[in-house]
Design a protein around this ligand. Structure first.
Ligand code: AMP
Ligand code: MG
Length: 270
């Protein structure tokens, strides 16, 4: 059977992640072939970000999910290279604090969504509440089971209020994760990145794949679809995601607002 490549999951589509090749690189063979294109896209993104900010009618929420070492941080660096940092907020979702746990699970996500004109990036997200929480039974099934619908409703509300929601699942193979963990362990400047939880969670790989498959099936919606990104090759991952964001922002057909004052009637003193 031919393996699947990058894909936008259709609402309700059953996904078997084993059918997707994380190695896929399209028509490209190596990083060098994509450098010029990525640079061009980075520039286009900067322009579109300026327009998003000037128009201030929409905001863009980018959600990144995937296994440890899948490249969430690298994506943020590569895709957002050169954008205006004033217009972009990155929020990392860690183990919830006692304060966060005493509220509904969407509270911390909702608090962190970007305001109009801005780009917000979620490094992990409210989806952890149907991933790590499901894998480790951190709450009863009856509780996490309701969350798929609650997430869809939440995202729909955001979209109806002017937020564009883009969701990327960074698909790496178990072998690639091993290689990345080993490379971190053999480089003293990367030791700080290795956490006990990375090794612990790796043992649950199959359970996570199952949890991701259910998430992709239940939470890929018309208003906020999930993209599966082949992510074993970092350069291809960055290229595909940047392309996707540029294309989505372009489709908004944004316009610079009319000046608030009559520019033709203004004299600037010498
Ligand atoms: P990192 O992304 O490496 O900084 O790790 C953050 C850790 O926080 C990961 O192990 C996540 O699984 C964990 N985490 C994030 N959100 C939740 C959540 N809602 N419940 C439990 N653990 C979480
Ligand atoms: Mg980690």
């Amino acid at each position: 059977m031919e393996l699947k490549t990058e894909n936008i999951v259709k609402p309700g589509e059953l996904v078997s992640l084993a059918d997707y090749t994380p190695e896929y690189t399209g028509t490209y063979r190596k990083k060098g072939q994509t450098k010029t294109r990525l640079k061009k896209l980075n520039k286009q993104l900067l322009k579109l970000q300026g327009l998003l900010y000037a128009e201030s009618q929409h905001s863009l929420l980018i959600i990144l999910q995937g296994m440890d070492t899948c490249g969430k941080d690298g994506t943020i660096r590569g895709v957002m290279a050169g954008i205006n940092v004033q217009g972009c907020d990155v929020v990392s979702f860690k183990v919830p604090t006692a304060d966060e746990l005493s509220r509904d699970f969407l509270w911390r996500a909702h608090k962190a969504v970007p305001s109009k004109g801005k780009i917000g990036i979620f490094n992990r997200s409210h989806y952890e509440d149907v991933l790590v929480v499901r894998v480790h039974d951190l709450v009863p099934e009856q509780v996490w089971g309701q969350r798929y619908q609650q997430i869809n409703d939440f995202e729909k509300m955001l979209v109806e209020n002017g937020t564009v929601v883009m969701k990327f699942y960074l698909h790496i193979s178990k072998d690639e994760q091993k290689a990345r963990l080993e490379s971190r362990m053999s480089d003293p400047t990367k030791h700080w990145k290795v956490e006990a939880s990375d090794i612990r969670e790796r043992a649950y790989w199959e359970d996570y794949m199952k949890a991701y498959e259910v998430m992709l099936q239940k939470c890929s919606t018309e208003w906020a679809p999930w993209h599966i990104i082949p992510a074993n090759k970092k350069w291809y991952r960055n290229l595909v995601i940047t392309e996707c964001i540029v294309e989505t922002l372009r489709k908004l057909n944004m316009k610079y607002p009319e000046p608030a004052i009559d520019i033709t009637k203004i004299d600037i003193d010498d």
